[in-house]
Design a protein around this ligand. Sequence first.
Ligand SMILES: [Zn+2]
Length: 183
Amino acid sequence: MKIFEEQGAFHKGHFKLSSGLHSEYYLQCALVLADPKIAAILCKELGGKFKGEKIDVVIGPAVGGITAAYEVARALGARGIFSEREDGKMILRRGFKLEPGEKVLVIEDVTTTGGSAQEVVDLAKSLGAEIIGVGAIIDRSGGKAKFSVPFESLAQLEIETFQPEDCPLCKAGKPIIKPGSKK
Ligand SMILES: [Zn+2]
């Protein structure tokens, strides 16, 4: 989390998220992964949590999972690919393939509910792959996200979000910041 703070990717305050919800914390993993040296360190650490398993392929759900999955793949000497959503369904495009029996690790940057990562697990399973686990740089579900396979993260946070009309920070009169906009 210190690395996140140093990169301006984790702040405490009162934020309007891109979803329109309000939150006391702002977390932007893409900012941290924008530094390839930092991305390499974090992803090597995350990949190391699945040591002992020979991983053939690392898959991340686009867009958030692309960089993290690719860097974990590099660290593990595996193939790095990503899945995409088409008409609401998680699929492999661009000629990406999984062979039956290949050992797969699913990686995302931030786990919120775990929904997308579980969809990638289900997709890989439907193609006959063996799923070794799911990994995330940050688990922001506070440990509530559960998968049908082992789950590892580098840090666990519980970040509550509020509808603007129910936001206790608004009620307390705290000025709101929209991350990404000029201050
Ligand atoms: Zn608010």
